[in-house]
Design a protein around this ligand. Structure first.
Ligand SMILES: Nc1nc2c(ncn2[C@@H]2O[C@@H]3COP(=O)(O)O[C@H]4[C@@H](O)[C@H](n5cnc6c(=O)[nH]c(N)nc65)O[C@@H]4COP(=O)(O)O[C@H]3[C@H]2O)c(=O)[nH]1
Length: 779
């Protein structure tokens, strides 16, 4: 039963229960009759007594009554109309909330203080004097006039009436609860839970509360549920009155904001940014008025001052007339999620090592720059930068040092560009620069040269000095292309050209670069299916002893014939295979073929026919190279000395330390090693001494002019004598004329290979050659 019952008419107390009066600090309730009820309500809640409230279906909420000396008494109150013949009055029933939870909201409402059906009986003849709208409903009536003035016996069984009357006779003065049947005016009888309380001064004055048993149970369940949700949810719940002042908060609110309920009840919620901005608040309230809710993610501060992100939803709670009486704000702490989102966004757009935009953000910015430039009729420059020599530093000094270098290189690049330009890292040692509104093309080389010079300055990494340079490709919008992808491809192709031109330089994109790029694309596509379509074959080019003319071996050379492209030169497709990594598989296939072929010639009585196979840079770097060679030998059932591996001089120079280790292992296995294209690289004697190679092959370019160019002759003489002094065999490549052969023999070159003897041919041709060639007399 409620702790406080009061009926007020025109704002004045008409009736107050004795216990209610005591609660307000008055022992004689009669002295409160006629006093303004508002005097006993906290200022925040006085508006609830407005006439408007009196004509609604009522409301239920926590509020503060003012007791003796202005002492606040926290109660859960139900405020309802109660209508009698003389008009509307207001019925306020309230229950004191426990002192440790003074702000409990709706969940705390009990059966005794919610908006249940209430009737007042004030006359000895048992007539209903006043009824709440809910009472009208429960009694199955259409309006209040159908109920007011009717005898209770029209609705209740005799026994129930008898027990109510016995209360009047004082047998149970404290009131009682009973379950009874109600005869409804619409004929649908119902069981109800009923509480009867003495009320007012007369002996037959009662306040009768009723709730259908079904609704009762349902209400209890709903209330329990609401209470649990309110207390246990991890979302903060804030109940606000119509002036947007806080009425109640749940424990999650305090956990998230750090503010206790006592600190915030009665205040404007400053932790909603909108409460401090009146315009914003007005617009939010208008939105809620229109749509019923308002949602936003926003940052606020906890009591500690720490920032937190919340996802805030505010809904309006309307009364029966559709007027918003309260607001419920819900919010969750989404700080972690916000941080995660920011981190993910950063990772998706920026390179974690250098902090520069990554490929994805670079493409966005490029597209944006092109879009703006197109509208403004401006030019955009794009540069593609590849660091020369970075891989060597990374491999020899370690990845950490490599990372430091990249960070420093990024800083230097940023230093070279204007505000508004974008420096991005595409990955590895590749950077791009977008220069929006470049103005004239001639500015680009100035910037490129500045970058090359900046990157050529020594890098001080872990007490070492390291040196790199940069190859830069430059392309222009709209001169070279109008879309981002093509421009990037152009810049890459131009960079590639800069590399070919000897590195540490820049190149503009041109039409012939374009043709080269398209050809490379076609080759790349064709190669991806070449192995499975069996488009590869191996040709063999013989070598002979210059002194005896005897065949000493052959070099296995890969051939590719494609349906559309026809026969493609290895000079074109081998670099593409290097780039794509396909050389690994295809290189192993060539080795396999070579081993099998050697086995055939050996078994046919030509054990001296050693087969030489070219190794690529990638193969040389493969950690399992020695093992895969060993397995190929085993599968063919041949000895290691039957195979020779050719490595170019430049390949070794790029990766010296690793190369020496790998070559030593191969040499220890008994494999012969040859240094190919000798003379085109460093050709240093000290280097040659370091490498366990058995043979050096003088590059074709020197042999070409041997008969006409005395310098070339001198170089060859030096290489031969140097090779011999290091006990290496010397082979001349690309011998095409008899004159060259005679000269080479004179210079005491050991062997020769070239069109003069035979071009690369299928194995069957070599068989014929072996049959026809006899070790001849000296020429
Ligand atoms: N003008 C002229 N040229 C001559 C003469 N004698 C031989 N040649 C050519 O010179 C190249 C010699 O091979 P290389 O220097 O190892 O140069 C090879 C080698 O670096 C690479 N290559 C070929 N097959 C393979 C392979 O299976 N694996 C790897 N990694 N590279 C290969 O492709 C390059 C080019 O191969 P090819 O086009 O077959 O070109 C061959 C051969 O046909 C001559 O008297 N005059």
């Amino acid at each position: 039963m409620p702790d406080f019952i009061c009926v007020s008419r025109h704002g004045r107390i008409d009736y107050i229960s004795p216990m209610g009066a005591r609660l307000l600090g008055v022992t004689d309730s009669s002295i409160l009759i006629g006093r303004s009820l508002a005097d006993f309500l906290h200022a925040d809640h006085r508006s609830l007594l407005d006439a408007g409230t009196a004509v609604t279906d009522g409301l239920c909420q926590p509020l503060v009554l003012l007791g003796e000396g202005g002492r606040g008494i926290h109660v859960m109150a139900a405020i309802q109309r109660i209508a009698d013949e003389s008009g509307d009055a207001l019925l306020l029933r309230a229950r004191i909330l426990p002192p440790d939870r003074p702000f409990a909201p709706e969940g705390e409402v009990t059966a005794s203080v919610d908006l249940m059906a209430v009737c007042l009986m004030k006359s000895a003849d048992g007539r209903i004097d006043a009824v709440t709208p809910q009472g009208v409903q429960l009694l199955g009536a259409a309006n209040m006039a159908d109920v007011v003035g009717r005898p209770l016996s029209a609705f209740l069984p005799k026994e129930t009436i008898a027990s109510i009357l016995s209360l009047a006779e004082g047998t149970s003065a404290a009131g009682y609860s009973v379950t009874t049947k109600v005869f409804r005016l619409d004929g649908q009888d119902r069981d109800v839970a009923m509480s009867v309380m003495p009320f007012g001064d007369g002996p037959h004055h009662f306040l009768i509360e009723m709730r259908s048993r079904y609704e009762n149970r349902l209400m209890d369940e709903k209330l329990r549920l609401a209470e649990t949700v309110f207390a246990a949810t991890v979302e903060a719940i804030v109940i606000l009155d119509s002036d947007f002042r806080i009425v109640a908060v749940n424990p999650a609110f305090s956990a998230i904001t750090g503010f206790s309920a006592e600190e915030v009840v009665g205040t404007l919620p400053v932790f909603f940014d909108l409460a401090t901005d009146p315009d914003m608040l007005t617009s939010v309230l208008a939105t809620i008025g229109r749509t019923g809710r308002w949602d936003q993610e926003q940052w606020s501060r906890r009591k500690s001052g720490e920032e937190f992100a919340k996802r805030l939803s505010i809904v309006g709670v309307a009364d029966g007339d559709g007027d918003i009486r309260q607001y419920v704000a819900l919010f969750a702490d989404v700080t972690q999620r916000k941080h995660d989102e920011e981190r993910i966004r950063y990772q998706a757009n920026y390179d974690s090592l250098t902090g520069l935009p990554n490929r994805s953000l670079f493409m966005d910015r490029l597209c944006q720059a092109l879009h703006l430039a197109e509208r403004a009729g401006q030019r955009v420059g794009l540069m593609y930068i590849d660091l020369d020599g970075f891989k060597l530093i990374n491999d020899t000094l370690g990845h950490e040092v490599g990372d430091e270098l990249l960070k420093e290189a990024a800083k230097r690049l940023l230093f070279c560009v204007r505000h508004g330009d974008t420096v991005a890292r595409l990955g590895g040692d590749e950077f791009t620069i977008i220069m929006p509104n470049l103005g004239e093309i001639r500015y680009a080389p100035v910037i490129a040269q500045r970058m090359i010079e900046a990157l050529e300055q020594p890098f001080h990494l872990e007490n070492r000095e390291a040196f790199i340079s940069a190859s830069i490709g430059i392309t222009m919008f709209p001169d070279d292309a109008v879309d981002a992808n093509t421009l990037l491809k152009n810049a890459d192709a131009a960079m590639y050209r800069a590399k070919e031109q000897g590195k540490a330089n820049y190149q503009f994109f041109t039409a012939d670069i374009n043709a080269e790029v398209s050809e490379r694309m076609i080759i790349k596509n064709g190669l991806s299916k070449a192995l499975e379509r069996e488009e590869f074959t191996v040709y063999y080019q013989p070598k002979c002893d210059l002194a005896t003319g005897r065949l000493t071996g052959v070099e296995a050379l890969l051939r590719w014939r494609n349906m559309e492209l026809g026969a493609v030169s290895p000079v074109k497709f081998i670099p593409v295979m290097e780039e794509t990594g396909l050389i690994g598989t295809v290189g192993e296939w060539v080795l396999e073929m070579a081993c099998q072929q050697y086995r055939i010639w050996r078994d046919a009585g030509h054990p001296h026919m050693r087969v030489a196979v070219n190794l690529s840079v990638r193969q040389l770097r493969q950690p399992n190279l020695a093992r895969s060679v060993e397995e190929a030998l085993r599968r063919a059932g041949i000895e290691a000395s039957g195979i020779e591996l050719e490595i170019t001089e430049s390949m070794i120079m790029r990766d010296t330390e690793n190369a020496i280790d790998v070559l030593r292992t191969l040499s220890e296995m008994g494999i012969h090693l040859a240094m190919d294209d000798f003379g085109t690289g460093y050709s240093s004697l000290s280097y040659l001494k370091k490498f366990p190679v058995h043979t050096i092959k003088i590059d074709r370019s020197f042999i070409n002019d041997i008969a006409t160019d005395p310098d070339d002759q001198e170089i060859i003489r030096t290489i031969i004598s140097m090779g011999h002094s290091l006990r290496r065999k010397v082979v001349a490549e690309g011998v095409e004329t008899e004159e060259q052969r005679i000269l080479l023999r004179k210079l005491r070159c050991d062997e020769m290979q070239g069109y003069l003897l035979s071009p690369p041919v299928p194995a069957a041709e070599i068989d014929r050659l072996l049959a026809s060639l006899r070790p001849g007399p000296e020429a």
